[in-house]
Design a protein around this ligand. Structure first.
Ligand code: PLP
Length: 421
């Protein structure tokens, strides 16, 4: 498993934060360093994942689809079958156990599309912690169903009204809260990014994916797979899928980023390929960031909200520079095609994020031979994202449905106004 050199992976990583946050990060690192080599802690984590989130998740062979493509045998690691529908819950459950060990009672998080906020609210309810989730006011409007569930789970959801009212402003607000409450509060980071020790710590918990994958491949295939493919947003599901294979040189590791509409600035979220991301320090760490000519963080686009991010795990920046991880990308059209193909040939509804891994994987699998094996990490399910997916596949029926729903909502609002007056 990968270990940092004092928080660095090659030239990437580190801890670039205001002085006031250093003690909390050091406390977290000390706790993590004590527990990461303690088998009873890993066992406690596995038990929680098993009892609460349905682990181990299956390794599913795609027999019909592999035959149709005519190349490698493709298997899916089914992170979509986790409680709450994606791999994100693995990381938050692990951090929840650390919070308990540190004796803290409150967690905060920031969330864009709401998935990480929802996972954090679920963990806090389960472990009896207080949760505050920061979310841009525009994102609250766009993702109201997640906000509803977070509130029902007992979390406080704070809308951030400043700036563009999205993830970036929510992040600033969450850091402000943390600086003021750091003695009682843990900041739950949602992906393998940010200041040390988060990239390593999130990878540690997500490595349960490749631990299971390896054992399942040995049982079902009789050997290790030839390739493991994952989509890359911040990099947590990819690092989880790769972690236990890093020393198995025969296993190729492929990270697929969001190619979006084109490679023009602002139309994609590709950071690892040549001529895309550039070295930079922001948001507390050093990695390859998308930047404009003045070195400001650049604009990004992806049809999958979870891949729409300007930075990337410093571990992946390092591993792609050393060549251990092969960076690839899939554009919006390829993603939609892969999404449809998986549904029609196998009856599985993938998240749009995960469909990038499918698209990248399918392209490669076609060039491989039928005696080779590929595992694609299916990071999440798509049915919970019905409105986002409907947006990616505009259809007249959908537009009509949304208009009817909006009219119904208006009626409800009028009725409640009538009651009040
Ligand atoms: C959040 C999310 C991602 C992207 O996050 P990583 O940290 O890169 O894994 C990918 N897939 C799904 C389903 C997600 O919800």
């Amino acid at each position: 498993m990968i270990r940092s050199d004092q928080g660095y992976f090659g030239e990437f990583g580190g801890r670039y934060v205001p002085e006031i946050l250093l003690p909390a990060l050091q406390e977290l690192e000390t706790m993590f360093n004590q527990l990461r080599d303690d088998p009873s802690f890993w066992q406690e984590y596995l038990s929680l994942c098993q009892e609460f989130s349905g682990r181990p998740t299956p390794l599913t062979p795609l027999r019909r689809l592999s035959k149709e493509l005519g190349g490698a045998q493709i298997w899916l690691k089914r992170e979509d079958l986790n409680h709450s529908g994606a791999h994100k819950v693995n990381n938050v459950l692990g951090q929840g156990l650390l919070v308990q060990r540190m004796g803290k009672k409150r967690v905060i998080a920031e969330t864009g599309a709401g998935q990480h906020g929802l996972a954090t609210a679920i963990m806090a309810a389960r472990l009896g912690l207080q949760a505050t989730i920061y979310m841009g006011a525009d994102d609250i409007e766009r993702q109201y169903s997640n906000v509803f569930w977070m509130r029902q789970l007992g979390a406080e959801v704070v809308g951030v009204e400043t700036g563009a009212r999205t993830l970036k402003e929510a992040l600033d607000e969450a850091l402000r809260d943390w600086a003021a409450t750091v003695e009682t509060t843990h900041y739950v980071l949602g992906t393998a990014c940010g200041p040390a020790p988060f990239p390593e710590l999130v990878t540690y918990f997500q490595s349960v994916i490749s631990q299971e994958m390896k054992q399942q491949a040995l049982e079902k295939i009789g050997r290790l797979p030839d390739e493991v493919v994952a989509c890359v947003g911040g990099g947590s599901n990819a690092m989880g899928a790769f972690a236990n294979f890093l020393e198995d040189d025969a296993v190729k590791l492929i990270g697929v980023e969001a190619g979006g509409r084109s490679f023009l600035p602002g139309e994609h979220s590709v950071r690892l390929l040549p001529d895309t991301g550039e070295d930079g320090i922001a948001q507390g760490y050093k990695t390859l960031f998308l930047q404009d000519d003045d070195g400001q963080l650049g604009d990004t686009h992806s049809i999958a909200a979870g891949l729409d991010y300007v930075g990337v795990s410093p571990i992946l920046s390092h591993l792609s520079q050393t060549g251990r991880v092969i960076a690839d990308s899939a554009n919006d059209q390829e993603v939609v095609d892969a999404f449809k193909l998986l549904m029609k040939t196998e009856g599985i509804i993938p998240a749009l994020e995960s469909s990038h891994a499918l698209a990248g994987g399918f392209k490669r699998a076609k060039q491989m031979s039928p005696d080779q094996h590929m595992v694609i990490n299916l990071s999440g399910r798509g049915d919970k994202d019905i409105f986002n997916i409907a947006h990616a596949f505009p259809q007249p029926e959908w537009t009509e449905f949304l208009q009817r729903e909006a009219a119904r909502a208006q009626e409800l609002e009028n009725a409640s106004k009538g009651e009040k007056s």
